[in-house]
Design a protein around this ligand. Structure first.
Ligand code: ADP
Ligand code: MG
Length: 394
């Protein structure tokens, strides 16, 4: 059964027409909760735009553990990132603009599908969104900023000796460095997913990973650039959606440009670590990256801007840097020869020198990410509105 509640009469009539005969209206939230309790087959509740956000959030939060198979779809006059973040944290599955009839119907179908799967598979203890891993993409608009260094060390830090399951994905499909930085000999790479495109599942993905350490697996870049070209955006999305179900955290290393594959990863990310070094071309590219992120509506609160090699004496003052970047820099990582030494040895600094300042900073980033996954919230990744031209292509 589908239930809905909308306190305003006119809106309730529209909703009634939209949801059809299968849906039943509740007169208030108390009645709604009673109906849900009385009928264990209720799989979907639609809360109209007239329901206060606090009430909707409280309703969803109350049911997310007791009735994980119950989907809550919330309608709003306007959907913005703040509303989305609060809603998704509480367990609301989707937030849709009240005037978007097609969007509401599609969201209801999606939610019912999820609910039916949950009901068939037995009642899990948490809602599906709570079980999904967090995707952290490390990006810089310029090569040599330290992306692979940060990605590998962050993956080690997040795995925490096996306490968490982490997959490090090398999306630098042309010049991937993860294998060499971890001294791994890839038997399989992302290119081996190509023949399985559209049919991938957990078992297939498991066959592609190269394990590195307890809790830490890798999905490596292909050995040659030509093979990398065959790993398209759709395939990257497909792989990442599966990987985030299988692991607690997915760390994505990237090439220094907005490729289709990078956009696929960014679309699925909860966190974006954006790197620059203190030189004008790198800072300029960071600013351009941030402009692109604004356009793509990747939430500011989930961007962690890091100035790597921040102590390099290159004639730029803090004011110069701030003037170019125009965004808060979350952290500064000093330059240390230990980094190239560790890379040349093929052993991440986090493994060998956990007290090095670079390792220490990366652990701070880890704490922020793990803390948010524990409940203070990282942003949702669905419902981003964007110009069509940016949905595909560069
Ligand atoms: N904090 C640092 N101190 C010293 N060298 C660094 C630091 N971070 C990165 N490097 C060096 O910069 C080079 C590029 O780093 P890398 O992680 O490969 O960048 P990217 O993946 O962005 O191209 C490497 O040789 C690495 O040793
Ligand atoms: Mg790299």
């Amino acid at each position: 059964m589908v239930l809905y509640y909308e306190p305003q009469a006119e809106r309730a009539r529209l909703l009634d027409a939209l949801l059809g005969e299968q849906a039943h209206a509740a007169q208030d939230l108390a009645e709604l909760a009673g109906l849900v309790t009385a009928d264990p087959d209720t799989l979907l509740v639609v809360l109209g735009a007239g329901v206060g956000l606090a009430d909707a959030v409280a309703f969803a939060a109350q049911h997310r553990l007791t009735r994980p198979s119950l989907g809550v779809v919330l309608l709003r006059e306007h959907v913005d990132v703040a509303v989305l973040a609060e809603a998704i944290r509480s367990g609301i599955r989707e937030v849709i603009t009240a005037s978007d009839a097609d969007g509401i119907q599609a969201a209801c179908s999606r939610s019912l599908e999820v609910s039916r799967q949950l009901a068939v598979g037995g009642t899990p203890t948490t809602a599906p969104s709570a079980r999904e891993g967090r995707v952290v993409t490390v990006f810089a608009g310029k090569g040599g900023c330290g992306k692979s260094t940060v990605a590998t060390n962050l993956a080690v830090a997040l795995a925490d000796g096996g306490a968490s399951r982490v997959c490090l994905v090398d999306l630098d499909l042309t010049f991937g460095d993860v294998a060499i930085m971890l001294q791994l000999v890839p038997k399989r790479s992302l290119a081996d997913a190509v023949p399985m495109a559209g049919r991938l599942d957990d078992t297939a993905v498991r066959s592609l990973v190269t394990p590195y350490a307890p809790g830490l697996d890798t999905l490596l870049a292909p050995p040659g650039p030509a093979e990398g070209e065959r790993v398209g955006r759709e395939l990257v999305s497909e792989i990442l959606k599966i990987v985030k179900r299988m692991y607690d955290y997915v760390v994505v290393d990237t090439p220094p440009f907005f490729s289709d594959q990078v956009l696929a990863a960014l679309d699925l990310s909860q966190w974006y670590i954006l790197l620059a070094t203190p030189d004008i071309p790198s800072l300029k590219n960071l600013r351009l990256t941030l402009d692109m992120f604004d356009l793509l509506e990747y939430p500011e609160s989930q961007r962690i801007i890091v100035l790597n090699r921040s102590d390099s004496q290159v004639g730029l003052t803090q004011a110069d840097i701030d003037r170019v970047v125009r965004a808060p820099i979350a952290g500064r990582v000093p330059s240390t020869r230990d980094v190239p030494v560790s890379i040349n040895r093929g052993v991440p600094l986090m493994v060998d020198s956990p007290n090095n300042p670079v390792s220490r900073y990366i652990r701070e980033v880890r704490t922020r990410i793990v803390g948010a996954a524990g409940g203070t919230g990282d942003a949702p990744v669905t419902h981003r509105r964007r110009p069509f031209s940016l949905r595909r292509g560069r």
